[in-house]
Each structure stands twice: as C-alpha cells, then as structure tokens.
Design a binder for this molecule. Structure first.
Ligand code: AMP
Ligand code: SF4
Length: 470
C-alpha cells in the first residue's frame, strides 16, 4: 500500500508585483518553508506557482536543495505558491508520485499537495477508472485531484466539498487554483496544519517551524473539518464537517514533528521532555549516565535525566547526512542503516551503566543494534527506555509504522522484546503518562497504533491485509 507521510506549505502574497512582503520572493519562500519541513519527507520535493493566469510546477526526486536551484525557482512565477516534501515508502519511490499534483479542470488549472493517507483510496481510484479516468502515479493525492476535476458542481469550492465528503482517512491539503490558496484538514485533523501571517501575505504549513524560518507570525491551526480560503479579498473559513472528534496523531509528538514546532497548542519539545520525566518515574534504574538515540530521543532523554538526576551525556554520534533509517527500502539496508547512521563514543560509555532513551520501538531493529553497539563499546549495563507505549497496531493514516506481523510488540511480550534487543532492562512509557505529557485530552488524540481505537473505521479487508502481509 502506498502511504503519504509528507509536509505541505503554501504562500499567498497580496502584493503580486513586490517581493518585499516576503523575505525571499514567492516560490523561494515556499522553498525555505519546505527546507524547514524536510524531516517530514526526503524522497521528493515540488513547488507549483500561479501568477493569476498560469500555473507552473517544478518537482523531482531528492532533497529540497537537490531538486531546486536558482534557475528552477526563477521559472516559478506568481504571487501564489504551494509546495510538498514526500516521505519514502517501499515501492513508491518514483517521480510519478512526486507532488504537487497539477491537473486541468473546468475550474481552471489546480495544484494539490497532500499529507496523510486515505483509507478508501483504492475504491475511489477504481470508481474513477470505471469512468475512464487514467492515472499517472499511485498517490492518494492524484485521486483527490481527479475527483475534483470530474465533479459536476458549478463552482470549485462546491466541487472540493463534494470530493471531501467521499474521502475517508487523514488529509491535510494545500491546494492552489489560479487565484486562490486553500488549506483543508480532515474531519479529525489527524495530520497537523497551521496558518501564519506576514505583513502582506498568508502562509500555510504542516508545522510552525516553517513559519519561523520566514519570520511569519503564527495565526492559528486549521481546525479539523475546516476549509480555509485565501484570495484577493483576504482569508475566510468554512467548516464542511463538524460532527467528528478532533484526533491529532500522537506520533507527531512522539517522533514525527520537529521539537521546535507547536501543534494544536502544544510544543513538541516540551511534550517529549515530559515523556522522559514520566518514563523516569515509571521505570527508574540505577545508572551512571542517560543517553539518547539521536535525534528524536534527545528531549525525552533530557527529561529522564532531569527527573532521575542521572547525568545526561552524549554516547552516540549521528551522521547528519544519512536520512532516517525507515526510508531505506529493504530490511537488509535498514540493518546496515543503524551503523551507517550512528556510532558510539567509546570513552563516554566504557565501564558504565547506561540508560538509552529512544522514542519508539517499531520492528526492534534499531534498539537491538544500538544495545549491541553500546555494549561492544564497553558499557557494563545497558537499560533501554522508550518514551511511548508498545506499538501494537499498524497505522492507516499516513505514518509508516509497518504491518502487524512486523510490529515486535504485537508479537512479543515486553520481556520477549527485552531478550530480543539484548538489553539488561526495558521500560515503556504508559499510555496514561504519554497523554499527560502531550497535555491534550485523550479524546482529541489519535492513539490507534497504541490502543487500537481508530478514529476513522478501518474496513476489515484492509485490516487483514495489514495483519498478514509485509
Ligand atoms: P525499529 O528499528 O523498526 O524498531 O524502529 C524504531 C526507530 O525508528 C526508532 O529509533 C524511532 O526513532 C524511529 N521511528 C519511529 N517511528 C518512525 C516512523 N514512522 N518513520 C521512521 N522512523 C521511525
Ligand atoms: Fe498517528 Fe498512530 Fe494514529 Fe497513525 S495510528 S495517525 S501513527 S497515532
């Protein structure tokens, strides 16, 4: 199955003839925004821009600074622009799936960038195919764009609402028409999306860290089930679906988002620091040092150290030029990936009782390798602490967390996992304290991979596919 774990960004500039209101011009502002969202996707990047008449687009495989140079950015003309960075998952690493998707419709040319995953994409795609629509790639985003294009509604916004009513799952969208910038969040708001403002421009972004890079002021999060439209008359909002509970992905706080971002009012670093503090209360151990699996484990390790009074030290150095372990397609390269990415500081760990904090254990590959690395480096004891509860269920909403068969916690007890990763002890944060750390009501969080309560019902057929196939 194709998943879309991505970042989206958009800008509407009210002074079409002046670059002054954006620190870096139009498309270039999106370039910097995407640069700040690079952690959300390293496979492909793209920007589409509109000058009110024509829509142009540039996208390719690679990191943001590999895909764009000055010449490519200069060709993207206009006062509106949206951009996208895409995460890599097995079998989908092809240019056809790069975004934004640009499509001609009777409402004019539209560009669309999507973060999330539709659980009914296959059915919607088949419906469109039955109507004679062909597809270039395999992304959900192309399905959404094609549904808008084939709508019978007179007006674009009605066509959009009509389309959204059929979409089930997670989606934060940045859409651009020739003269509008539009932000959409699904009825549960599973993936984040926020609005920022510059002097004469509005910005939309997956995370607030990308507003900061432009010096944009945070205005607010896009609400679940909300459509925000920015055009020459300013910003307006409509709620198209307000019956559902808000349910932002808890893994954005645990792992995915950048620590300097604020999602739904909660700073990610603060949340992670508290996860570490609670972890120390729940699973204390006598040790000489606390260290993190860099970089996502760092705030929780600092929290663990603050609570336990065991000194925090660096014990592993990360090669910053290697992408996230998960982006490697095969298990073999994944195994190698840990060594490619991390190297122990032998003198820091030799002879010591070490606590290692990581944000999660998914397949168990990373923890097993790291425990071995630290032991080989001379540590006397190695205690693993995890700043989230056991990952028991697959994610269907756009985070690549493997199938149930691959999820180690779905198949082994905590003691079984401890033995597998060869740690002296293993402790996971409880669900109760994870929720306390995030400081949002449990009913406003998606916790499905931890407790099995999916906010959008997953069809049984799909569940069984994820249960049995890798
Ligand atoms: P694993 O080696 O399969 O147990 O994966 C656990 C490691 O992957 C941890 O170090 C996490 O920081 C990281 N991780 C957790 N969730 C994800 C995700 N959705 N995508 C990529 N990496 C992840
Ligand atoms: Fe996030 Fe887990 Fe829900 Fe997926 S299932 S959206 S990873 S909380």
């Amino acid at each position: 199955m194709l998943r879309e774990d991505c970042g989206v960004f958009g800008v509407y500039n009210f002074q079409p003839d002046s670059a002054a209101c954006l620190p870096a011009g139009r498309a270039k502002s999106v370039y910097y925004g995407l640069f700040a969202l690079q952690h959300r996707g390293q496979e492909s990047a793209g920007i589409a821009a509109s000058d009110g008449q024509h829509v142009s687009c540039h996208k390719n495989m690679g990191l943001v600074n590999q895909v764009f140079d000055e010449a490519a950015l200069a060709r993207l003309k206009g006062h509106i622009a949206i951009g996208h960075v895409r995460y890599s998952t097995t079998g989908s690493s092809v240019i056809e799936n790069a975004q934004p998707i640009v499509i001609d419709t009777r409402y004019g040319t539209i560009a669309l960038a999507h973060n999330g995953n539709l659980i009914n994409a296959a059915i919607l795609r088949q419906d469109l195919k039955d109507k004679g629509i062909s597809f270039v790639g395999a992304s959900d985003s192309e399905v959404i764009a094609s549904m808008i294009a084939t709508s019978k509604k007179e007006d674009f916004e009605e066509a959009l609402v009509d389309t959204l009513k059929h979409c089930k799952g997670a989606y934060s969208l940045a859409i651009m028409t020739r003269d509008k910038l539009i932000a959409v969040r699904d009825p549960h708001g599973i993936r984040p999306l926020c609005i920022g403002k510059l002097d004469k421009a509005y910005v939309i972004s997956s995370e607030t860290c990308a507003l900061d890079i432009l010096g944009a002021q945070f205005v607010r999060d896009v609400a679940n089930g909300e459509i925000v439209v920015v055009d020459k008359d300013g910003l307006r909002s409509r709620t198209w679906q307000m019956d559902e509970r808000e349910a932002i992905c808890v893994f954005e706080y645990v792992y995915f988002a950048r620590p300097d971002s604020v999602l739904n009012g909660r700073n990610v670093y603060e949340a992670r620091f508290h996860m570490g503090k609670y972890l120390a209360k729940e699973h204390p151990v006598e040790a000489d040092m606390v260290m993190a699996v860099p970089e996502s484990g760092v705030p929780a390790a600092m929290g663990y150290s603050a609570e336990s009074k065991i000194p925090y030290e660096e014990g592993l150095i990360k090669n910053r030029y290697v992408g996230r372990t998960f982006i490697q397609p095969s298990q073999e390269i994944r195994d190698l990936g840990v060594r490619l990415k991390l190297n122990p500081i032998r003198d820091a760990v030799r002879g010591k009782k070490v606590v290692i904090v990581d944000d999660s254990i998914i397949r168990g590959t990373t923890s097993r390798q790291i425990v071995r690395l630290i032991r080989e480096a001379g540590a006397r004891e190695v205690h693993m602490r995890v700043s989230s509860p056991p990952n028991l269920n697959p994610c269907f909403y756009g985070i690549d967390t493997a199938t149930k068969a691959e999820l180690i916690a779905a198949n082994l007890s905590v003691e079984g996992i401890r033995k597998y990763i060869e740690a002296d002890s293993l402790g996971y944060l409880s669900l109760k304290n994870l929720i306390k750390s995030v400081s949002l009501p449990a009913k406003n969080l998606c916790l499905a991979c931890l407790n099995g309560e999916y906010p959008v019902r997953i069809p049984e057929r799909m569940q069984s596919l994820k249960l049995f196939f890798s």
